[in-house]
Design a protein around this ligand. Sequence first.
Ligand code: KG4
Ligand code: ZN
Length: 335
Amino acid sequence: MKDIYILGIETSCDETAAAVVKNGREVISNVVASQIESHKRFGGVVPEIASRHHVEQITLVLEEAMRQANISFAELDAIAVTEGPGLVGALLIGVNAAKALAFAHQLPLVGVHHIAGHIYANRLVTEMKFPLLSLVVSGGHTELVYMKEHGIFEVIGETRDDAAGEAYDKVARALNLPYPGGPHIDRLAHEGKPTIDLPRAWLEEDSYDFSFSGLKSAVINTLHNANQRGETIDPKDMAASFQASVVEVLVTKTVKAAKAYGVRQVLLAGGVAANKGLRTELEKQFAKLKDVELVIPPLSLCTDNAAMIAAAGTVLFEKGKFATMALNGNPSLEL
Ligand code: KG4
Ligand code: ZN
């Protein structure tokens, strides 16, 4: 069978990325220009700044991805681009670049859901075995997604308020840690002890949904009350206590869903997959479930990148699900 080469483009948030992937499984090139330094001083992603950076970077990143892959446009089979969800002004840069290239080189165009991309990052490291469950945890999403076959996604649980990464970033801010706060809390958590009593949002007995805003408020209130009383709380212990709550809920619900749905694999996805506490606890719990394989991709594929978009796009290409030149950025696209 002929090999399929797809150019992926991702600009949904603060990373401008392009990549070439072979047969939906093999990374040929993977270029990411991060804007984190530009957003740091604002304590979060500023949409207008993100769009401007994407405009500046997109051509350079695309050229570099094609150069590293040592491939011509004539050798590509399609162009896959993140169509949503994300920041609309950011999405539009990638979508328009993809449309321009598809038109100029007469290539098919494929619109990819950003979360499908995060899940398909796993296919770049292993074979996907169905039925499977994916825990998607990032700055914008916290979802448990069940898949019976390629390209079919069933969201069985999601956050009702803040995403896990968002909660990490907000708690980090309350502790005066730099943006993005996830890695800083993770590091401090390992130096502290989970001695502070914080809530766990289990929600209804049969629900796989999540909620992190109550936990975030509990951290902020505890810090505020201690401050009022002239007491100090060790940020290490607060980080450890916060992380213990997040990890306990994420892991318990994932294990419960994996058993209930009888899955063969559990795939971790999204930037929060970098969290050492989460990785360790998932590994510990899934080691007990002999029939379920836990997959955790390397960090470079967990955070936003375009190889994952090309990987997810390959499935759509194979199913003949092409986009037209009317493709638009959709900030609230459903999976
Ligand atoms: O997937 P991602 O790169 O971008 C989005 O699509 O959101 O995820 C970024 C998020 C940020 O909220 C960041 O704080 C969080 O992932 N993150 C972490 C860690 N590393 C990154 N959260 C907890 N622990 C970490 N080690
Ligand atoms: Zn993402």
